[in-house]
Design a protein around this ligand. Sequence first.
Ligand code: PMT
Length: 424
Amino acid sequence: MSNQVKTRVLLGITGGIAAYKSAELCRQLVKSGAEVQVVMTAGALEFITPLTMQAVSGNPVHHTLLDPAAEAGMGHIELARWADQILIAPATADFIARLNAGMANDLLTTLCLASDAPMTLAPAMNQQMWRNEITQNNIKSLHNLLGNRLRLIGPASGEQACGDVGPGRMTEPQDIATAFMSSPSASASGASSTIEQSDTNSSLAGLSVVLTAGPTRESIDPVRYISNHSSGKMGVALAEAASRCGAHVTLICGPVSIPMPEGVKIVSVTSAQDMLDAAVEQVSEADIFIAAAAVADYRPATQAEEKIKKSGDEISLTLVKNPDIIATIANHAERPFCVGFAAETRDLERYALGKLERKNLDMVIANDVSRSDIGFNSADNAVTVFSRHSDGAQQQAFDAMPKRQLADLLIEKIRQYYHQSRGE
Ligand code: PMT
């Protein structure tokens, strides 16, 4: 472990069944080099004991607002000032509502109100409670109030303790710890470089990752082209997340108008053929190839030298098939670990599994592009990841969340599968 300044994390635990997972989360944060002070609500005390959390954090646990003995130690305002980061996991519907209402009726809400540190919530609740408009409005309102200070990790989808199936499960502790510690504000204190030094398998340090992003433009004549609505946000977020995990990142990007990430090699391209040429050139040393670009499947058979003049009521364009970039890379003898996307408007699973097989990929990240709130040119995305394993394909769903946050979770999944595929 290095002597770098540790990120000071105030870990809040609220009263849900997922609270038992907070001990493992705390252990992972400490292992990643964070200094952790735990604050528990009255509800959390029903699920897990302060003694457990004291043992894993190495610090006394705080749970009472009006306790003279505790105040004589580290008072609540001092604790609020101490935190570089606040992480609430699990964050129940009740806690989220109280936070949004500005309540200060227990120690944890008081600390949140008294601190201006970045705050991360890992929601956990019954799927109907999560879907409820009141909870969704509370989340929206918190985003509006706190802006970039607020980050959500999860919730994940799946079977719940109550027997329901749907969104509301707390994201797994390892995934929360990785996404949380790889955020720029956590790494600003040197914590993410501590992860790299202590456990190279928990980062992408030393690995080369090549990505494609954005649309391609297929020229019709000097002033017209065929393209699509890809903004490049998903691919750029993945490039940033991979870079935060220590990878050498090359981003091959079609024409987009969003800022390019720092610390990443950018190769700008226009057409599918340009993107293929760049990918073949860049991928020779790559360990992982991620194709998030929306590549035009067809291009005009010919590109007119001069602007096509208006004539008649109809005009016909003959289109020819473009090369498939990821399939070309994935079918090379010396291929990197290949991750494709599947943009579907129906039968997500069937088409995604088809692409996994047909294009010879290791993973496919499928998104429903018929929805206007996710997918193309939106701030959020929701995906299902399909991966190939010796005993068949596995899948994991990620509900709608900001692309930047999703990218951290996807890079963590890719990292895990990459190492597994190499038997590490
Ligand atoms: O850019 P954003 O606005 O943030 O939107 C993100 C996104 C919706 C574009 C992204 O999440 C996404 O789904 N990208 C893939 C879009 C796509 O072209 O999907 P597809 O199902 O047609 O292609 C399957 C895979 O093959 C993709 O990895 C694609 O990059 C790749 N492909 C496709 C055609 C081709 N000629 N060459 C390819 O490499």
